[in-house]
Design a protein around this ligand. Structure first.
Ligand SMILES: [Fe+2]
Length: 336
């Protein structure tokens, strides 16, 4: 894994950005049309000319195709890769996205619902893709095994991202534990824990020195994953402000937004999209999250994936003019 050079960070800007939802939990053929004054919304119902083959498919997991434009040209990235290659490849193909045009791959964090389709996707499309293809990851712990806890018995392995398979496919992994500028987006680096949010219960990992366990405690003990290798993918859209894609928000979506603001120096939040990871949060935590989100005053909020129905309903009730609903296949364009 290559380390990024420590250098002064300058966030790039773009004129426009389109975010296409390639994989999410469901596909609704009858998604109602919606408009928003600051976001062009396109939902997909059927794939014209291919109706006799298949429809888009939903699956637990997330994958987003990002396409931005600036004065130099377009930048295209695939952010996260769903749970399985079958669904990612199917939707990617049906949506007509071109693998040879991808400028890079970004992984938000190393949970199977985000990396699961990666190796199969790369194996399928590698010959057509750019020779120097890179995977931008949030830290050097992305290859460690994740474990699922159980009240009934021993934790079970959730597996690990296959580092050898990526190397064999000539995909270089770049460690972006600090803010990193790409051709269009920037990644935040490690997300600062500056709000009330904390990592809600999820996976377990083998402890590392950073987990601050004593040698005796560490021996044979799995500890809660604190997600030091999670980062957010962001854009600065000219005349609009910051667009933050939080993906799964284990470190907190408010924390992700505030980190993006801090590293970019842009205080206007235009849009936040992604899983806000509030499906398992208690009501008072949702109240707190809503108060913080309102204070940040985004123009557009697009909940996906692990946000949870309760918080999506709360946005609908308390910020109805900001809410944009997503469906697998949907494309959201900013800056036009
Ligand atoms: Fe997730």
């Amino acid at each position: 894994m290559a380390l990024t050079a420590a250098k002064p960070f300058q966030a790039p800007t773009v004129k426009s950005l389109s975010v296409r939802l390639v994989v999410d939990s469901y596909f609704d053929q009858f998604m109602p049309k919606q408009t928003h004054p600051l976001c062009h919304i396109e939902h997909v119902s059927r794939i014209r000319g291919r109706e006799q083959e298949a429809t888009l498919a939903g699956e637990w997991g997330l994958s987003l195709h990002l396409e931005s434009e600036n004065t130099v040209g377009k930048g295209r990235f695939l952010l996260d890769f769903g749970y399985t290659p079958e669904i990612l490849l199917r939707n990617f193909d049906l949506l007509g996205i071109e693998a040879d045009k991808l400028d890079g791959l970004i992984l938000s964090h190393a949970h199977r619902d985000h990396y699961g389709g990666l190796v199969g996707f790369v194996r399928h499309h590698r010959d057509a893709m750019k020779g120097d293809l890179k995977l931008y990851a949030g830290g050097d712990l992305i290859f460690r095994e994740k474990w699922l806890g159980s009240r009934e018995g021993e934790p079970t392995s959730w597996g690990a991202l296959d580092e050898a398979a990526l190397a064999a496919a000539h995909v270089e992994t770049v460690c972006c534990d600090h803010a990193h500028a790409l051709d269009g987006p920037f990644t935040t680096g490690m997300i600062e824990r500056s709000s009330f949010e904390h990592v809600l219960p999820n996976t377990l990992v083998e402890p590392t020195p950073a987990d601050h366990f004593s040698e005796a405690e560490r021996r044979g003990k799995l500890v809660p994953d604190r997600h030091p290798d999670e980062h957010a993918t962001c854009y600065v859209v000219e005349g609009r402000g910051l667009v933050v894609v939080s993906s799964c928000s284990h470190s907190g979506f408010i924390n992700a937004i505030k980190t993006a603001m801090a590293v970019s120096g842009v205080s206007k939040l235009h849009a936040v999209l992604g899983g806000f990871h509030l499906g398992v949060a208690p009501p008072d935590y949702l109240d707190h999250a809503m108060a913080e989100l309102k204070a940040l005053d985004p123009d557009v909020v697009v909940p996906m994936h692990c946000t949870g129905r309760a918080f999506t309903a709360k946005i609908a009730a308390e910020m109805p003019d900001r809410l944009v609903l997503a469906n697998t296949g949907s494309r959201f364009t900013f800056g036009v």
